[in-house]
Each structure stands twice: as C-alpha cells, then as structure tokens.
Design a binder for this molecule. Structure first.
Ligand code: TEU
Ligand code: CA
Length: 530
C-alpha cells in the first residue's frame, strides 16, 4: 500500500465547537457538513474528528458509553453516514478518534464485564491526570478500579484477550463502514506493569507509559485489523522518546504510521506539572524539534503539530497575538510545515484564533481546568494566580467556538453556545478567508507546496544558527535541491546574510529591500535552490 499519508495534511475538528446547525448551542455533524466546502478549499486531505460517540460528556466525549452510537447532541448514524459520503465525495478522508485506554463508567461493559477493567484490593498512590487519586472505591465490588483520567473514565484491562477482541471487532465495524483510519487516544498507556507499585510523588507514569506489552498488543491489533485496510493511524503518546517512537512507527514493525509526541509542548513548563509556568526558550524548541527530525528521518515518521483540543492556541503561546498576530501565525505555520512529517491543523488555527480570558471560573467547562482550580484553591493559591495558569495553559483556550463571522456568537450558533465565544470574534473570523493576504490563504499555499515538492516529504534536516535565541532557521536537502527556512520568533528586526535561490513563500508581501536582508518582526521566508 502506498504511504499516501506522508504527503497529506490533517485538519482536526472538535465537533462540539465547530458549527451548530440547529441552534442548541452545541456543534454537530450537520454543522460539519455545512463547512466541508470551506475545508476542501483549504486543501486538507484528511479530517480527524474528536470523539462523536455516545457519551455522558464528563470529558467531552473522551468518556465513551457506546462505541456503536453517535452522541445525540451531534446527530444520528444517518448524519454520520452522510458526512462520510460528503467527505469522500470531495476527495478527502475521515479519521475517527479511538479511545480504548478507558471507557465511560456508564459503558455497559463496566457492569456486565468487570473483568474488562483493572481492580485492586489496595490502591497505589498514583495521581490521576485530572487531579486526585487514580483509584476509586467501588462499593458493590468492594475493590478499587484504576482511572488514569477522571473517575468516570475507568481504564480497560488489555491483558484480557476478550477485551482486546471486543475492541478489534468494534474497529473493524467502523473500518467496514469506510472510515479511513484512527487517531488513538493515549494508546501508549494501554499496558500497565502488573506489579503496580507506589511511585515518588504519585507519578506512576513509568509503570503505564510504554508499558511491558504495548508493542505486543499493537502488533496484534495491526495484524488482525489495521493491516487489512488502506488507512492511516496516529497514536497519541505522551512521555515517548524518539527511540520509542521508532519502535511504534517504523514500517517493518507493523504497528502505527505515526505518533504524537509531547516533548515540544512541555518546554514552557518548569516541572512535571503543566501548570508550572515558564517562558519558552527558543533554543530548547529548536533542539527538541531537531532531535525528532533526525530521530525519525530514516525510520518511522513524525506528526507535526502546534495545536490540538488540549493545548493553548499557538499564536498566543509561541507567537504574538496582539500587534503581530497575522505575521506570527503565518511564521509559525511556515516553521512547522517545512519539516518532515505529516502536519496537523487544529480548527481555527488557519484563522489565527487566540487564547481567551474569561473573568470568572464559572465560564470554564473543562474538567481538568475545574479540578485544578479547586485543588489549587484548597492549597491556598490566589484566584488571580490560578486564572493566570488557566489563561496560559487551560484546554478551553482551544475549545471556544469557531469564529465564522462577525455576527452574534461568531456565526457558530443562533442559540447560546455551550461555552462562550472568544469576544475577539468581531475582529478575528473567517469572513475574509478569501482575502489573498489571509492566514487561511497562506496555509492553503503551504498545503499545496507539500503536495508538489518531494523535498518537503523526503529531504533531510539541518538546523542553522543554533545559538540564536530569536531565529529558527533550518535547511532541508534532497538530491540536488535545498530549501532554506528562516523564521523570526521575535518582534525585533534581525539582520541576516543573503540567502541564495528563489523565494517560494514568505509572510511579508514583499521584502522592502532585498539587498539589506533584514528579517522584519515575525518574518518567515523560504528559499529554494536547485
Ligand atoms: O489526552 C491525553 C493526555 O495525556 C492528557 O493528559 C493531555 O496531555 C492533557 O489534556 C493536557 O492537559 C487525551 C485527550 O486528547 C484528552 O482530551 C482527554 O482528556 C484524555 O486523553 C483522556 O481521554
Ligand atoms: Ca447543535
């Protein structure tokens, strides 16, 4: 099978916040259908849907109650089938989120097949990702069950072959319907060390991330399911090194096509805790991405992303969401899209959508954010300090509704949105996406270039100006071609030496004086030479 996903660009849709077609304030499948022409115009190849399955929404669909049913709020299976057809009719592919490290505690398995879950008489001291102990007591059974995420997301017991077969059967059911692959939620956590022991600071991750049998299970899944279809797979894998990533993604290992690493998303935190804020040092970012570019160059494959539904908006995070919003959004896109790997665009990134600052905690919806607020408040942290953490890192930054227009609610809904729209929708929205200078059009060019230039897919990567704290520059080389990418991560002008070749893309309409060779604030430019 061809590795078509190596030349593809993926667009992630968070359905709850994408487009509401019926005015109940919640995005839905018909809403996605209404916007398919917009996505097709952008030129993306693959749409990845965050979970649309039946769920009590303790974690916005990442707690699945029924894998074979569509969430009522999003529509019906008929709507889903129509979406799949409409996506295919436009030559795009549709990838589903596969959440099989855990289910909802309301899934029928939890009462009918308790042996599908993980039970102990005594809990370990592990802390859950969403705060508190990762174990909860079950009265009837008189035992504790493991939940790495919320209490309502009990972890599945992958050691049980019956459970594995039930998962494979479900995967085949969706693939037989015609979906084009899976994004696998925390797939590197499905194998727990059977010894489960207390861990320093309650951080049990070395006992459940990349655990003892994870490769055995993925090889089995590949053999029984994935290899039978022409699909793409991407495994979400926090806490994974390039060496482990090669084990997951090298073609001869027959596991996954690519994974999501988190290292570059953790560089602006001062400790193992995401809320422990620290400014980004650009040299850390450059060296980290260089390590991944080299680590997966010959074997395995990278996914390239700045954003998803769990991360703050990149233009607010590593760019400048005020004076240089448009420039820095395009610069960040340039920096990422000329690397080797498959790029992912998260909804709204193509508009330069920003983080949000709600004044009251009551406006926030994310379980991780709300639990953290309570815990920190109990620990005596001030309201203002907690809000600063939420403004910088909270997941709801990515989850405010898509800003389609300057109409009420940004054109997302005629009702009351489930989460408030970012008040900047009057300025930042999709109305002018056809303007040749829009961020959207810039992304469109990047996506098209990747399709037409093999060097972007296959070339090797050399970091330039390693010591420069504001400039991210690199060279790609392939046969007798080179691409030189220069990105200014600062609001200062920076003098550089003349670049050879032809400029193929840049985020300033025209370089004022090509002889001077000064990079303007957040300027990006790419030169091609043969
Ligand atoms: O996230 C996995 C994960 O590791 C989280 O800890 C993530 O890093 C965190 O949200 C960042 O603050 C996946 C999903 O992407 C996330 O939305 C779910 O909440 C989680 O799994 C549980 O399914
Ligand atoms: Ca709706």
């Amino acid at each position: 099978m061809t590795e078509w996903w190596k030349k593809s660009t993926v667009y992630q849709i968070y359905p709850r916040s994408f487009m509401d077609s019926n005015g109940d304030g919640i995005g839905d499948i018909q809403g996605i259908i209404q916007k398919l022409d917009y996505l097709s115009e952008l030129g993306v190849d693959i749409l990845w849907l965050s979970p649309v399955y039946d769920s009590p929404n303790d974690d916005n669909g990442y707690d699945i109650r029924d894998y074979y049913k569509i969430m009522n709020e999003f529509g019906t299976m008929t709507d889903f089938d129509e979406l799949l057809n409409q996506v295919h009719a436009r030559g795009m592919k549709l990838v589903m989120d596969l959440v099989v490290n855990h289910t909802s505690d309301e899934h029928a398995w939890f009462s009918d097949h308790p042996d599908f879950y993980i039970w102990r008489d005594q809990p370990t001291n592990w802390r859950s990702f969403f705060g508190g102990l990762a174990w909860d007591f079950h009265e009837e059974r008189n035992q504790y069950y493991l939940h790495l995420f919320s209490k309502k997301q009990p972890d599945l017991n992958w050691e049980n072959p019956e459970l594995r077969n039930a998962v494979y059967q479900m995967m085949r059911w969706w693939l037989d319907k015609g979906v084009d692959g899976f994004r696998m939620d925390v797939i590197n956590m499905i194998s727990k060390d059977p010894q489960m022991k207390d861990a320093p600071n309650g951080d049990g991750s070395s006992q459940f991330m990349n655990g003892p049998n994870v490769h055995t299970y993925l090889k089995e899944m590949n053999k029984q399911v994935l290899s039978q279809y022409d699909i793409v797979t991407v495994g979400e894998s926090p806490g994974t090194t390039p060496k482990e990533a090669r084990d997951y993604t090298a073609a001869q290992n027959q596991e996954l096509n690519m994974i999501f690493t988190f290292e570059h998303m953790d560089l602006d935190q001062a400790s193992g805790e995401k809320w422990d804020l620290k400014p980004l040092d650009l040299i850390d970012l450059k060296e980290n991405l260089e390590k991944w570019q080299h680590g997966l160059h010959d074997e395995g494959w990278n996914s390239l992303y700045w954003n998803n539904h769990d991360q703050p908006r990149i233009v607010s995070r590593f760019g400048n969401d005020q004076q240089w919003r448009v420039e820095s959004a395009k610069m960040l896109a340039t920096c990422l899209h000329f690397m080797q790997g498959t790029p992912y665009i998260y909804q709204g990134e193509e508009l330069g959508m920003t983080n949000v600052k709600f004044g009251s905690i009551a406006a926030y919806k994310d379980i991780e954010t709300l639990n953290m607020y309570k815990e920190k408040q109990q620990a005596g942290v001030s309201h203002d300090d907690i809000m600063k953490k939420i403004y910088t890192k909270g997941r709801d930054n990515a989850r405010t509704p898509m800003q389609w227009s300057d109409e009420e609610n940004g054109g997302f809904s005629t009702g009351t949105p489930w989460i408030q729209v970012n008040p900047n929708y009057t300025e930042i929205n999709a109305l002018k996406y056809r303007d040749p200078n829009s961020i959207f059009q810039y992304y469109k060019k990047l996506i098209a270039l990747r399709k037409n230039m093999d060097i972007i897919t296959y070339g090797d990567f050399t970091l330039l100006h390693r010591e420069d704290e504001e400039l991210f520059a690199y060279r790609r080389s392939w046969q007798d071609e080179t691409l030189t990418v220069y990105c200014n991560f600062s609001s200062k002008s920076k003098r550089i030496t003349r670049l050879e070749g032809k400029k193929i893309i840049g985020n300033y309409p025209r370089h004022t004086d090509e002889d001077e060779w000064v990079l303007k604030p957040y300027e990006a430019m790419v030169y091609y030479q043969q």
